[in-house]
Design a protein around this ligand. Structure first.
Ligand code: NAD
Length: 409
């Protein structure tokens, strides 16, 4: 196990860092670290693989909620924005980007009027734009907290991408900002709206495997030969410790929504190879073991330097549920084996509904006042657990947890 070899001074001088995100990745108590500076939103060129719509999607209902999309990167342009066409009660009302060409190209394709195309500098004027009721934050993770706070200050509801933020201190500020603004905050955990994962939750609630004993989740891919200057996912100020916040969070989430418990004990290790330009600031792999109050034990592993994996399995006293891929955009597969019965492949529905499903869930909560399935408190809990994982890895000791995910000692 290694700790990051970047000194605190050089990290902060590298620009746009928060002390809190450094503290989180090193496992220190973020709350005790002074805030030094806020990472900056900087417009990026249009990604080369983007397909823009030929016909702009229109709102379907008179009470459809207008969203401003902030951060026109790969996930926004290739996954979420096209799925607004499938949403019943959500539509794109505005876009926000630091790149004027991208604003024009995307705005034209999605039918966003020129006066609803904001830059990072003009964003605050969105407060007076009645067409926009919610802001969807799809920026690099180190920018989530600051832009969520700005959106709440503008009086909007916020749907924020995962991870909620890079420290529990940031998450707490986001929740406080929502409360001050009397607006809603949802974390975009799309698996809660995906049929295979929903069925898995229901099966666990029915004890279809008997009492749950063992869980395993692996999420990895091999990052190309890039440097932190070329890809924010390798930049500690924007990405925290790296693969855990980006990929491993899906396995962490699955362990929690399948057990319906919060772990009471965590042990973990991280690895940061020397001489690899990809991993000068972040970890290459993170492994963690979580023990839950019921006695169930989960093994999580995640990496930016291992062949692709996206699997979750749950093993109870009398059965096994295997999901592979488990939490991807599409192609989910799951198999249930129960004692005394032949194994069955389960096909509960099209994973594609997860994207519009989460948008409409948020719109329903805004319009009808219902409970949000993936609220800010859930995002905070998960960030606390990631802090505990890093704390265990840093100290080489196990970390005991309170039921809210805070560290006991
Ligand atoms: P990306 O690099 O493709 O896009 C990021 C965009 O943010 C850029 O295009 C740019 O428009 C903007 N940006 C503003 N300031 C920036 C800065 N300083 N550095 C880099 N970009 C800056 O990233 P992405 O894959 O779209 O990820 C964006 C967010 O969405 C992240 O929080 C990520 O965790 C999340 N995400 C979620 C899922 C999911 O399945 N829920 C999938 C992918 C990404």
């Amino acid at each position: 196990m290694k700790t990051p070899n970047l000194s605190r001074r050089s990290f902060l001088e590298a620009g746009s860092a928060t002390a809190a995100s450094l503290a989180m990745a090193q496992g220190a108590s973020a709350a005790t670290e002074p805030r030094v500076s806020v990472p900056r939103a900087i417009g990026q060129p249009m990604r080369s693989n983007v397909q823009l719509p030929t016909t702009p999607p229109l709102p379907r209902r008179a009470d459809s909620v207008g969203f401003a999309i902030i951060g026109l990167g790969g996930y926004a342009l290739n996954q979420m924005m096209p799925r607004f066409a499938l949403a019943q009660r959500s539509h794109i009302a505005a876009i926000v980007s630091g790149n004027p060409e991208k604003l024009k190209q995307v705005g034209d394709a999605y039918g966003v009027p020129p006066d609803a195309r904001y830059t990072y500098d003009s964003f605050d004027a969105i407060a007076d734009d009645k067409r926009v009721e919610a802001v969807y934050i799809v920026l690099p993770s180190g920018l989530h907290a600051a832009w969520t706070e700005k959106a709440f200050a503008a009086g909007k509801h916020v749907l924020c991408e995962k991870p909620m933020a890079l420290s529990s201190e940031e998450c707490a500020r986001m929740i406080a900002a929502a409360e001050r603004a009397k607006r809603k905050l949802m974390i975009a955990y799309r698996s809660y709206f995906e049929p295979h994962n929903r069925l898995a939750m229901a099966l666990m609630a029915q004890k279809a495997l008997g009492p749950l004993r063992l869980l395993r989740a692996d999420h990895s891919y091999r990052m190309g030969p890039v440097t932190p200057a070329q890809n924010w996912r390798l930049d500690r100020a924007l990405a925290g410790g790296g693969p855990l916040e980006d990929l491993g969070i899906y396995g962490l989430q699955a362990a929690l929504y399948l057990t319906q418990e919060v772990p009471e004990l965590i042990t973990a290790s991280t690895y940061q190879p020397e001489g690899d330009a990809r991993f000068t600031q972040i970890f290459a792999h993170v492994g963690a073991q979580l023990r839950f109050p019921s006695g169930a034990v989960a093994q999580l592993s995640t990496s930016y330097d291992a062949a692709g994996a996206n699997t979750v399995s749950a093993r109870g006293a009398t059965g096994v549920l295997t999901m592979d891929p488990a939490t991807s955009y599409s192609g989910q597969k799951m198999r249930l084996e129960q004692a005394g019965q032949a194994g069955r492949d389960l096909t509960p529905g099209d994973p594609d509904v997860q994207f519009a499903g989460q948008l409409d869930h948020f719109a329903d909560a805004i319009r009808d006042g219902g409970q949000i399935k993936t609220p800010g408190q859930m995002g905070l809990r998960d960030v606390r657990l990631m802090e505990a994982i890093y704390a265990s890895a840093r100290t080489g000791r196990y970390v005991r947890l309170n039921p809210d995910g805070t560290m006991l000692d």
